[in-house]
Design a protein around this ligand. Sequence first.
Ligand code: PLP
Length: 288
Amino acid sequence: MEQLAAKLSERFGGARAFFCNSGAESVEAALKWARKATGRSEFVALDGSFHGRTFGALSVTGQPAKRAAFEPLVPGAKFGLEHVGPETAAILLEPVQGEGGVHPLPAGMLAHARALANEHGALLILDEVQTGVGRTGEFFAWQREGVQPDAVTLAKGLANGLPIGALLVADSAPEGFEPGDHASTFGGNPVACAAACAVVDAIDEDLLAHVRRVSKIFADGLGETRGAGLLLAVDIDRPAQEVVEAALANGLVIGSAGPTTLRLTPPLTITEEEADLGIDRLRETLRS
Ligand code: PLP
């Protein structure tokens, strides 16, 4: 756990780490930390966002259909940066909205959120559960725009399939948690941490350059794509689920992100030949 914390701190540019077992848990930790660190109660997230399915994470998820059956949720969540004010503990953003349909934040929005957070004394937390650990062609997606957050959540790819989540808090950000405030029995266990250490070691500049190169192969081969690195989406003119199933029958594993949107999240280690093969198979599937 200490080795992993040190590796992640180095990648972040100086951060403390709390380890848990999933993305939703990392968001819960972030929300509790932000309230404790600021003494404020409100969170500002975005419409269309997705932060997980536990009560806190669901409360800041900007998709009413996912929340409706479980209300009342944790109070204090608002959607839209226009709500940032003196009671805002934290602004919570995904650099690329993943579950919401693979929508990168509009240009300049991250910098705007940073400026708003500074102006109002709020924290800026980036949910990099989906975009982190090399997925967008940088270790953290915020490095693409050079906007430093106060905290980052990670999970999904961090231990390459073993359950782990992490909250990283910048050394420059307020302390917040004291012993006893937050904990997890299995969080930071040696097996998950050993796997995550191996993953972090594997994500070097060569692999990140490879991700950016293969991303371009997909974008050139498929035409209208959006996203970043190897988190890509293609809008199609028919139900995505049909195409996902037809592609699978054709030996190609893809996902959907909305009724008529395909989501492509290949392994970061996919070769250029495999990417070409995947593009051919997807084109074939879309033609039939
Ligand atoms: N945050 C983001 C941005 C996600 O994409 C997800 C899962 O898709 C989560 C949080 C929740 O992660 P988990 O499913 O590990 O709880």
